[in-house]
Design a protein around this ligand. Sequence first.
Ligand SMILES: [Zn+2]
Length: 229
Amino acid sequence: MQRHIKHKRKRLIRRILPPIFTILITAAIIVGGVKVCSLLFPDNRFSGYVPAAFGNRISKNVKTAQGLEIPDWIDSQIIDVHNTARTGAHLRDIKDIVIHYVGNPDTTAQNNRDFYNKPDTEVSSHFVVGLGGEIIQCIPLWEKSAASNHRNGDTISIEVCHPDRSGKFTTESYNSVIKLTSWLCNNFGLDEKDIIRHYDITEKICPKYYVENPDAWKKLKKDVKKELG
Ligand SMILES: [Zn+2]
């Protein structure tokens, strides 16, 4: 009788074990594959979706960005996910704030934001500052914009409108740039040394006026320092 029970138990174990092994091995292959992909393509759109539990480390600043409340002086008009303008990929860190000029005199912040949102546009920035000082947000703070070449993965970008070809900001846009960069610095533990021009990344003449007039650029950084106190 006892021998019969033992035999039955053995048969049961033999039947249950193979499917359990199959499930465990499949799970290991999936987790391992995801981990390998996130290591191989740290900048890829794919890695933005890998949960932290799978070993895709989220930097402190990106986590801060995810929990940050956008103040009411910023008009949030997030563009649709499409092409390279907004892929949905996450930033791997926030190390610098990059200032640009739109390069298209007398266009409004709304014009530029709507341009980023067109299905075939391949560029974008986190913020556009308009001629009257209005600020439109186009990309969530923890996602990559398409403005600063190889630094898209660890920077926040600000495009600024300008009335003429000189690229000089209006007083209103200038003041908004100072306010916005200071707010970002305060939230991400950055200071005026972390505010850079597109020029500092690729030597592109952007933002034009502040490349051609280094003293004006120095003053802008000094004004942010003053604002940070
Ligand atoms: Zn630029």
